[in-house]
Design a protein around this ligand. Structure first.
Ligand code: IMP
Length: 427
């Protein structure tokens, strides 16, 4: 029981990278278990910004082993770019810092082309994907046509590629009326990349993680995206293609549920969403604009402006339920400073009914009216606060209000982007 799992409790972009970085310091291993390069974690250390998409945030600590477990989809081109960047900045110096599961699903160029073609032809049914090919790659895994990392090193890689490409090219040419791919070109691009990735291969990351768990070492499991983007439990169909809830950690890594001692739900002090889909507390006016500006709410993967609005406690209670969240980390509290009034959505109304729980249909979620509690804001700069006592009383009241409403302790509060701009709450 030495695992700590960090999950996003909203629609992603909650600021998971920062808390993962803080926990990574005391962990022997940091593990990514789902999603792919659609994720983007921004970390600021000594004023220097590092954006990670696939590589676990533990890479900023030289003694941490970083594992990309089998549930992740890997784009060889983009992971190599990330590896190169980390090598250039001196953060990745030894092969033992990074382990890529041989069973990871590969994202190949045609997956990105299919992702783009689908989105461009979808009209009002567009999902607003990150365009990284994540969905089409997961589809191939489910239909048992995916190529996996191990295949890149197999003598019959080209043969397997040819088999898969035949169907993809037909789809691209006849359904999406777009360019097809040459198997030789993909092969020629992939072979030098395979050579570079070879030293990070791991035949069985489940075994590697088990050994570490059995030795009592602390392991941090790093969720990507957020609860409401889960393929099954999220606001389907406006979701990503993987399970983003806590259970995904077990299937993605190949470990059992008894391995975790804590599930931390990372929660931004307000809500954001990027891409299409329902968002009950979205503010199209001044507040939405204000939060986007102070919170610098632009995607770290795509640069897209994020939709912004007040904190939604109905959605947070849902996230606590489906993930088994034990503790909360409250991010970007400093972005609410200066506001005279802060609103928090406590429940919804739908067709005259009071709704306490998140409706499971996205059509209903699109129609709900958020009902707010208005709390007093604070005007003090809180970025230098390092303990609860340093916070103005109204900021403390805001934190207690959330914690009491959802019934979970807040164990960490982030008051700025920097590593040191955090405060830990003793319970
Ligand atoms: P996909 O994962 O690229 O297929 O995109 C599906 C949906 O999930 C879109 O609305 C994306 O904007 C959203 N999404 C995917 N990854 C992230 C993330 O890391 N943060 C926030 N939204 C994401």
């Amino acid at each position: 029981m030495s695992g700590v799992l960090v999950v996003g409790s909203q629609w992603g972009d909650e600021g998971k990278g920062k808390i993962i970085d803080a926990y990574a310091k005391q962990s022997a291993m940091v593990v990514r278990f789902q999603g792919g390069p659609n994720a983007g974690h921004t970390l600021v250390v000594d004023g220097k910004k590092t954006v990670l998409h696939l590589i676990p945030s533990g890479i900023l600590h030289p003694n941490v082993q970083n594992v990309i477990a089998s549930g992740v989809v890997i784009d060889p081109v983009s992971i190599l770019k990330e590896i190169q960047g980390l090598k250039d900045t001196g953060l990745l110096t030894m092969a033992k810092q990074l382990h890529l599961s041989d069973s990871c699903t590969l994202i190949l160029p045609f997956h990105k082309a299919i992702d783009a073609a689908r989105e461009s032809g979808a009209g009002k049914n567009k999902i607003g994907t990150t365009g990284k090919g994540v969905g089409p790659a997961y589809e191939d895994r489910s239909s048992r046509r995916a190529l996996i990392l191990r295949d890149l090193f197999a003598p019959n890689f080209k043969e397997k590629l040819q088999f898969v490409l035949e169907e993809k090219n037909a789809l691209l040419k006849y359904v999406y009326k777009t360019d097809v791919f040459s198997e030789q070109k993909i092969y020629d691009e992939m072979m030098p990349i395979a050579e570079e990735l070879a030293s990070y291969r791991c035949a069985d990351t489940s075994l590697l993680i088990h050994k570490s768990l059995n030795s009592g070492k602390e392991i941090l499991f790093e969720g990507a995206q957020g609860t409401l983007l889960d393929i099954i439990h999220g606001t389907y169909p406006f979701v990503t293609s993987s399970n983003t809830v806590a259970g995904s950690c077990f299937t993605g890594c190949g470990i059992g549920p008894g391995s975790l001692k804590k599930v931390i739900g990372i929660t931004k002090a307000y809500n954001t969403r990027v891409g299409e889909g329902p968002f009950p507390t979205e503010d199209h006016g001044e507040i939405g604009e204000y939060l986007r500006k102070v919170g610098n709410e632009f995607g770290s993967t795509t640069g897209r402006a994020r939709r912004c609005g007040w904190l939604d406690l109905v959605a947070l209670r849902f996230a606590i339920r489906v993930n088994g969240i034990t503790n909360l980390a409250l991010m970007k509290l400093d972005c609410l400073s200066d506001l005279e009034k802060i609103k928090v959505c406590t429940h919804y109304e739908l067709d005259g009914m009071n709704i306490q729980d998140l409706p499971s249909s996205y059509e209903e979620l699109q129609r709900v009216q958020p009902i707010y509690e208005e709390l007093s804001g604070w005007q003090e700069d809180i970025r230098k606060a390092r303990s609860l006592r340093d916070l103005p009383i109204r900021a403390r009241d805001f934190v207690s209000y959330i914690s009491q409403n959802v019934g979970r302790p807040v164990e960490m509060i982030s008051v700025g982007p920097g590593r040191e701009e955090s405060l830990w709450v003793e319970h």
